[in-house]
Design a protein around this ligand. Structure first.
Ligand code: PMP
Ligand code: GLU
Length: 398
């Protein structure tokens, strides 16, 4: 039969992060010694108290549909967490729990975006924002940043991109792929800009909130500035902080008219998130962030190892990431050069080359909006990181 897929389906591309990790997995299954630094996925077991809670949920009989937007006691727990960690007051009616933060994002986009609306996205950005905006027949408007400015947008620059069609601004703090974190003062400057445009909403993706290495600071949530509260949707989830990627729990706190719409859409698309994972989420979110400090400390050690190793590799320019578990070096100095008989042309081809030649899986910067870079995830073991960077150094320096 002729390909009669919808334009919507044809217009979005495969997720590069997922594509690269598939390729890595396939080669690994074929027996190659692959080091997978493409996927942003913590390698820890979720803490034991969370596993116990999930087992108990099965024994207690939590096998059935829950309310679409999540169990009431989970939503109450999320409200307490938002107040405890982020100084934001939400009511359970403002919370929607979904099957991963990815579903939370598409719920928000489907709730707000009409054809040809514009969504401001600072670049480098996480892969799926742009594709999801396109999926909603809207237009991603990319605001470039520079490595010199630690990949943060200059608030004065934003107004240049605002038009009467601008509906939403996507803020990812801490940022995947750059690891940059906006300070309180930098966020305040953004708040002052967006207060001038009360019809523009802000989606604040804070899924890496706890993975912050700046001494004695926690990540500031933009919704904690009370003057902008009504314009903000705050997004978080369990994937990164609790190493629960496969459990698929994400959630938003939002103005209730947006939460209601997300609830309605989710009710038609997927219904409630997994009932067992919700019971475990109550225990996870209720716990003190100190209970996962050992993971954050370990990511920080790995970040420091990466910084030591990467500076020995010729021609790469990089910033010290303040959070997340990614580093985003500039590789464009290598373009036009010959490595093992192959001319390096762009970030996509370079990451494929690394996978095939030295069996290290990464993701080309093009997936994140900048072809001059490469994303390397250090959510793998120290041993794997050292092995991967040694292979990289041997390839590039020779
Ligand atoms: N936002 C960012 C910035 C991410 O890196 C990811 C990837 N996990 C998500 C959202 C989606 O997370 P989830 O696993 O909860 O769908
Ligand atoms: N968010 C992770 C990443 O950026 C997981 C893959 C994905 O969901 O895109 O690698």
């Amino acid at each position: 039969m002729k390909n009669i897929l919808s334009c919507r389906s044809k217009n979005i591309s495969y997720s590069h992060t997922i594509e690269m990790s598939y390729k890595a997995r396939k080669l690994k299954n074929e027996g190659y010694d692959i080091i997978n630094l493409s996927l942003g996925e913590p390698d820890f077991l979720p803490p034991k108290f969370i596993l116990d809670a999930a087992k108990k949920a099965i024994d207690d009989g939590h096998h059935y549909y829950t309310p679409v937007s999540g169990c009431y006691d989970l939503k109450e727990t999320i409200c307490k967490k938002f107040y405890r960690d982020n100084n934001i007051k939400y009511d359970p009616s403002q919370i929607v729990v979904s099957t991963g933060a990815k579903q939370s994002i598409i719920n928000v986009f489907l709730s707000l975006l009409n054809e040809n609306d514009e969504v401001l996205i600072p670049s480098p950005y996480w892969v799926s924002y742009v594709e999801m905006v396109k999926f909603c027949d809207s237009n991603p408007i990319i605001i470039p940043t520079s490595i010199e400015n630690n990949f943060k947008i200059n608030p004065r620059q934003i107004e240049k991109y605002i038009t009467h069609k601008t509906k939403l601004f996507v803020l990812n703090n801490p940022c995947n792929p750059t690891g940059s974190i906006y300070s309180y003062n930098e966020l305040k400057e953004l708040v002052d800009i967006f207060l001038k445009y009360p019809k523009i909403l802000i989606l604040s993706d804070e899924i890496y909130e706890y993975i912050n290495y700046i001494k004695n600071t926690s990540t500031t949530s933009i919704a904690s500035f009370s003057e902008i509260y009504n314009q903000v949707i705050t997004l978080n989830g369990l994937s990164k902080a609790f190493s629960m990627t496969g459990w698929r729990i994400g959630y938003i706190g939002a103005p209730s008219w947006i939460a209601k719409s997300c609830d309605k859409i989710q009710g038609q698309m997927t219904s409630c998130p997994n009932s067992i994972a919700q019971r475990a989420a109550i225990v996870a979110i209720n716990a003190s962030p100190l209970s996962i400090k050992y993971m954050i400390k370990s990511f920080e050690n790995r970040r420091n190892i990466v910084l030591d190793l990467i500076k020995e590799i010729d021609g790469l320019q990089f910033n010290k990431p303040d959070g997340t578990f990614y580093i985003f070096p500039k590789i464009s100095n290598l373009f036009g050069k010959k490595l093992k008989g192959k001319i390096i042309k762009n970030s996509y081809q370079f990451s494929e080359f690394l996978l095939n030649k030295i069996h290290v899986s990464t993701v080309g910067g093009i997936a994140f909006g900048d072809d001059k870079y490469l994303r390397i995830s250090y959510s793998s073991s120290e041993k794997n990181i050292i092995k991967a960077f040694t292979r990289l150094k041997n390839l590039i320096n020779n």
